[in-house]
Design a protein around this ligand. Structure first.
Ligand SMILES: C[S@@+](CC[C@H](N)C(=O)[O-])C[C@H]1O[C@@H](n2cnc3c(N)ncnc32)[C@H](O)[C@@H]1O
Ligand code: SF4
Length: 350
C-alpha cells in the first residue's frame, strides 16, 4: 500500500486540522521533491495507491506529473486500487479524464453537505450545485468507482437538512460513502467560535438515520463511518484497519513496515530540502502490534478474529455490552459503536 500526501488546499476549511497550506509558489518544488521520493522506492510492488490531502486536485497538472511518476517507478498489481481525493470546485472533466487514462480508477470527493448554508458555515469553497457538476464529470470521465464524503452534526444541520443531503446522494447513486461526525479540533477556527451545533443525542440520531438510509440504497456499513455497495469497499482503508504495511510519501506522511513506524517531517520547506524523511523511527513490540490490530480491526463491522487474547481488557467490555463474540470474531455491539472511542482506549498500550 502506498499513500502520497499533497499538503495543499485552495483555502482552509474552518474545522480542518489536516496539515495543508495555500501557498501556490511551493507546488513546483514540492512536486519535484515528491517525485524524487517516489524514484527512491523504484520497483516497489503495491496493490493500492492513495493520493490524499489536502486537496490533490488543487495542484492541477502537477498531480498528473505525480501520477506519471507512480506509473513509471512503482509496480502496480493487476487490479490495483488507485484513488485520488478531489474537491468540488477544483475538478473538471478534462483533469478527471487525464487521471482516468493514466490508470487512476477511484475518486474520493469531499461533498460534506448538499445544503449551501451548511457548506458556507464549514468554510467550503464550493456550492451544492458544484458537487453535482463534479459527480457528472467523474462519471463522464469513465469512473465507476467513486466515493462521497459527508459530515454529520455540523453547524445549522438538522434532521430535515440531513434528509435533503441524503436525497441528493440517492440521485447521484455513488457506490461508496463516508460519513464522519464533526470533531471540533483544537487549533482550528471552529474551536474558538460559538457554533450552532446539534446536541449529542441528535448526532447519534443523524448517524443511525444516515446508516439506515444508505443501507436501503445498498450502501452497507463496513466500518464505523464507511458504507459501500458490495465489492466497492475501499481496499486501501481496509488495509489500514487490517494492520497491513504501508509506505507514506510526502510531507508529514507516516510509514509502517518491517516492525517499525517512520515519519516524514510535516513542514513543507524542510521536506522540499530533503530533511526529516523517515528519520524519526519507532520500533513496535509484538504486544503493541497485537493491541493495534484489535483497535483498528474493531472499527470494521466484521470485527477481528478472536481466540481469547487480552481477556483483562476484553471481558469487562463484553460484560458492559460494548463488545460481543460472534462466530469466532470479536466486534462492537451497537452500544459499543456509539462510544467506540472509549472502547478503543482500552486497547492503548500501557
Ligand atoms: C483529509 S479530508 C480530505 C478530503 C478533501 N480535501 C475534502 O476536504 O473534501 C478527508 C475528510 O475528512 C473529513 N474531516 C476533515 N476534518 C474533519 C473534522 N474536524 N471532523 C470530522 N470530519 C472531518 C471530511 O469529511 C473530509 O472530506
Ligand atoms: S477539509 Fe479538505 S479542503 Fe478543507 S482544509 Fe481540510 S483537507 Fe483542505
Amino acid at each position: 500500500m502506498i499513500y502520497i500526501h499533497i499538503p495543499f488546499c485552495v483555502r482552509k476549511c474552518l474545522y480542518c486540522d489536516f496539515y495543508s497550506v495555500t501557498d501556490k509558489s511551493l507546488y513546483r518544488a514540492y512536486t519535484d521533491a515528491l517525485i524524487k521520493e517516489i524514484e527512491g522506492i523504484k520497483g516497489t510492488e503495491t496493490n493500492t495507491v492513495y493520493i490524499g490531502g489536502g486537496t490533490p486536485t488543487a495542484i492541477g497538472n502537477y498531480l498528473l506529473e505525480i501520477v506519471d511518476a507512480v506509473n513509471k517507478n512503482l509496480v502496480l498489481s493487476e487490479n490495483c486500487e488507485f484513488t485520488v481525493e478531489a474537491n468540488p470546485g477544483t475538478v473538471d472533466e478534462k483533469i478527471l479524464s487525464s487521471l482516468y487514462k493514466k490508470g487512476v480508477n477511484r475518486i474520493s470527493l469531499g461533498a460534506q453537505s448538499f445544503n449551501d448554508n451548511e457548506l458556507r458555515a464549514l468554510g467550503r469553497i464550493h456550492t451544492s450545485k458544484e458537487i453535482f457538476e463534479s459527480c457528472d464529470a467523474i462519471k463522464n470521465a469513465g469512473f465507476s468507482n467513486f466515493s462521497l464524503d459527508l459530515m454529520l452534526a455540523t453547524p445549522h444541520q438538522t434532521m430535515e437538512s440531513l434528509e435533503y443531503t441524503l436525497s441528493c446522494i440517492e440521485k447521484i447513486n455513488p457506490p461508496h460513502v463516508s460519513a464522519y461526525s464533526l470533531i471540533v479540533e483544537e487549533g482550528t477556527p471552529f474551536y474558538d467560535m460559538e457554533l450552532n451545533l446539534p446536541n449529542e443525542d441528535t448526532e447519534r440520531k443523524m448517524y443511525y438515520y444516515a446508516s439506515d438510509f444508505l443501507s436501503k440504497l445498498g450502501l452497507l456499513r463496513y466500518e464505523i463511518s464507511n458504507f459501500a455497495k458490495e465489492g466497492f469497499e475501499s481496499r486501501h482503508n481496509c488495509g489500514y484497519w487490517r494492520d497491513e504495511e504501508y509506505i507514506g510519501l510526502g510531507a508529514g506522511a507516516h510509514s509502517y513496515y518491517g516492525g517499525a513506524r517512520y515519519f516524514n517531517a510535516s513542514d513543507i520547506k524542510s521536506y522540499i530540502e530533503g530533511k526529516g524523511r523517515k528519520e524519526d523511527y519507532t520500533p513496535i513490540s509484538e504486544k503493541e502490534r497485537k493491541l493495534e490490530l484489535f483497535m483498528l480491526g474493531l472499527r470494521m463491522t466484521a470485527g477481528v478474529l478472536y481466540s481469547g487474547e487480552f481477556p483483562e481488557r476484553v471481558n469487562p467490555l463484553i460484560e458492559k455490552g460494548l463488545l460481543e463474540i460472534k462466530e469466532g470474531r470479536l466486534r462492537l455491539t451497537p452500544r459499543g459503536t456509539d462510544c467506540a472511542n472509549l472502547v478503543f482506549m482500552e486497547f492503548l498500550n500501557d
